[in-house]
Design a protein around this ligand. Structure first.
Ligand code: NAD
Ligand code: IPM
Ligand code: MN
Length: 364
């Protein structure tokens, strides 16, 4: 399996967690004979400092010429007072537009290996398994007009039928690989965009008669995610609602550092953990790299189409978590926790063992 992967470590803990994800992919090269190549480029605050732009031309060109992009995180307190288009985050938003992926898949599932880490009672959260399908190229993030003066500021929430229909199809398709239920989340009691959203999703649902569709208002969904997370399978929602609900869904696991994501549907797929650059813990070795490592697993699943390899990586993560290896975000009740690179190392070792075992088994 040959793939060209552009790696964008970015800012804060981005480089620290990305390094661990690449280790895991390199292990597949070394032991299983995969042919993944990695080219590193800059984005975000690091790119502004080096090249004066959050998305330099050479970064964009490299991404467009690759099979997949693996990104750490962008953002730095240094740019807290900068205007939106001059911030590190603008680089990520421009990249998303350029790559064209409109469906951002954000899975959040309860895992028995860290059952003690969720803040929810076991009977509430046990077996919760949610996939948020977040529309990524529309809504308030990109709607025009937008602007501000000294006394006023405005953004526009805008969606077209086509934008809603294409992401809805991805959500229904994903639900067919799961429990065949889609909860479409909107604010149709207030917003015109949500009324359009609801109408288009209802019409796309007719193409998927085997999938159950329900509509839910976003405020109620936020409450239900905490009260009864097991009731959800796929949550389909617009850009900003999906941003907020996915951070909230991290509470199912116990840490934002656990959540991976995949952005599909465009020219080049983009993989990034859901969390940000976490400046409060950058360069301390405390960052949880599992969201990044499992973003690499999603790359194996969605771009490389290697479901078994993806599942193997995820099972190695569970294996080391069960052994009690946890970064401090998950180690609240269990002492000091281990470092980012210790987690990367342990997953790498577990994967190497599993691959060697598989190899000797086949050789017999
Ligand atoms: P954040 O996700 O960076 O951090 C929120 C909290 O979660 C912090 O306490 C942090 O320490 C903790 N956390 C996050 N990831 C963790 C991990 N892997 N391991 C352990 N703990 C982790 O969100 P924020 O603090 O609101 O934002 C910081 C910066 O990141 C901002 O500039 C923001 O714009 C940016 N951001 C970028 C992305 C991205 O690149 N995709 C996503 C979210 C936020
Ligand atoms: C995310 C982040 C980004 C978003 C920011 C950094 C632009 O919060 O990926 O969740 O809002 O999409
Ligand atoms: Mn976010």
């Amino acid at each position: 399996m040959k793939l060209k992967i552009t790696v964008l470590p970015g800012d804060g803990i981005g480089p620290e967690v990305t390094e661990q994800a690449i280790r895991v992919l390199r292990t597949l090269n070394d032991i299983a004979g995969y042919d993944f190549s990695f080219e590193e480029q800059s984005i975000g605050a690091a790119a502004i400092r080096q090249h004066g732009s959050p998305l330099p031309r050479q970064t964009l060109d490299a991404c467009l010429q690759s099979d997949a992009v693996l990104l750490g995180a962008v953002g730095s307190p240094e740019f807290d007072s900068a205007a939106p288009h001059e911030r590190p985050e603008a680089g990520l938003l421009q990249l998303r537009v350029a790559l064209g992926g409109f469906a951002n898949l954000r899975p959040a599932r309860w895992r028995s290996s860290i059952a003690d880490c969720s803040p929810f009672r076991r009977e509430i959260v046990m077996n919760a398994d949610v996939l948020i399908v977040r529309e990524l190229l529309g809504g308030l993030y990109f709607g025009e007009p937008r602007g501000s003066s000294d006394t006023e500021a405005f953004n526009t929430m805008r969606y077209t039928e086509e934008q809603v229909a294409r992401v809805a199809r991805i959500a229904f398709e994903q639900s067919r690989t799961r429990r065949k239920k889609v909860t479409s989340v909107d604010k149709a009691n207030v917003l015109e965009t949500s009324r359009l959203w609801r109408r288009v999703v209802t019409s796309v649902a007719r193409e998927f008669p085997d999938v159950a569709l329900e509509h839910m208002l976003v405020d109620s969904c936020a409450m239900q995610l905490a009260m009864q997370p097991t009731r959800f399978d796929v949550i389909l929602t617009e850009n900003l609602f999906g941003d907020i609900l996915s951070d909230q869904a991290a509470s199912i696991t116990g840490s934002l550092g656990m959540l991976p994501s995949a952005t599909i549907g465009g020219a080049v797929d983009l993989y990034e953990p859901v969390h940000g650059s976490a400046p409060d813990i950058a360069a301390t070795g405390k960052a949880n790299p599992i969201g990044a490592i499992e973003s690499a697993a999603m790359l194996l699943r969605h771009t490389a189409k290697m479901e078994r390899a993806a599942e193997l990586v995820e099972s190695c993560v569970d294996h080391i978590l069960l052994q009690g290896m946890r970064t401090p975000d998950l180690a609240r009740s269990r002492g000091r926790g281990v470092s980012t690179s210790e987690i990367g190392n342990a997953v790498e070792m577990a994967l190497a063992d599993a691959l060697h075992l598989r190899h000797s088994y086949h050789a017999v």
